[in-house]
Write a protein that binds this ligand. Sequence first.
Ligand code: ZN
Ligand code: ZN
Length: 431
Amino acid sequence: MNIQAELFNGPCICGRSHRIEVKEIVIGNHAADALFQKLKDGSPAEYGRPLILCDTNTEKAAREKLQAVWQLCGELKLPADNLHADNHGVELVHRALDERMERGEPVPGLLLAVGSGTIHDLTRYIAHERGIPFVSVPTAASVDGFVSTVAAMTWNGMKKTLPAVSPIGVFADTDIFSRAPWRLTASGVSDLLGKYVALADWRIAHEVTGEYICQRVCRMEEEAMEAVCQCMAGLRAGEADAYEKLMYALLLSGLAMQMIGNSRPASCAEHHVSHLWEMEVINGHVDALHGEKVSIGLVLNISLYKKIARAIREGSCRVKPYEGLEEELLHATFGAKGLYESVLQENTPDPMKAVDPDRLAEKLPRIAEIIEALPSEEELVQLLRESGCIYDVSQIGLTEDIIPLTMRLSPYVRNRLSFNRMRKMLDWPES
Ligand SMILES: [Zn+2]
Ligand SMILES: [Zn+2]
């Protein structure tokens, strides 16, 4: 299964011209061979000696199938323990690259990210900083960010989206990523199901503020969600075909982000929950995967949105004036970790400034309609449970009492308008 990425390039019904950076996407048990051929034909003339970036776990997962590729490349292997997409991880890679050069090894002409989310974020950031192209070799169908053009990083404690580059190609070999631990695959499923909230947030923001939206991109995300729902049983049965469908869906969602130039189509209120917990301002360290936290963010936001939609229909939801940033609360929570300035900066300008109270009031029925099109909390939880995904805070070592503050604070971690943020201008019986 290949994806012809260039089909998504060029002028669109939304009035913009989309730009896709990734040139080639190969999914299947022939992907390792396709990559080998590519390197053999292109290297060293085109790529110099390529360098594989992996960690001790992803090396184990991929080396056997990639044996021929490995022989053509150098290797930079990071310790998997405590490896994160953060400034420490970046430093490790820079240092290792510098040491290689001090030993007289040539600058690599191409980097190969052999791993899942963390290795990809580190590689795309380093590739951008050093001006080296990179190729993606996913070892698990665990996130939708393989072809992302930005790196999701924790920088000195603050969750940030930093400039990075897209891979020029993705070679996803089924024999590698379908054998990943189930927890990683389930995390990929969750990351995709999170789009229910992300898309609703984008649509609502478009209705209320006139924010740009592309219907074609929305359709791609929906197609990705449909694909993942269809392949669920096959995934549990370990069918290669189902794994390829999941990888296809993840990459399609990634391409949707490339078309927009940021993660707007694929990440909003549900991801904000995940980012907040990663910053550890109201909780201790949460030992959970990206998709696992997104999963809970999805359920929490769906639950809230459905309540508000019901109140709108009952006529008991009212718009109230916006009171500005909750500075005292932000100071008490983010400030305790020295992140108050960063969070203020992130919220400048305040995305709520774009929300006009009259227009919000007028759009309430349309908002209810968008929310009613989403699956119910019960349906989602059942789907997540059956798929072996996470759906409750207790499963990642948190307790229920963290939920109210999580929902109140999470909109502040990113300068992106979610409906959860807009609710700061809403009053309804349960609020
Ligand atoms: Zn478009
Ligand atoms: Zn995600």
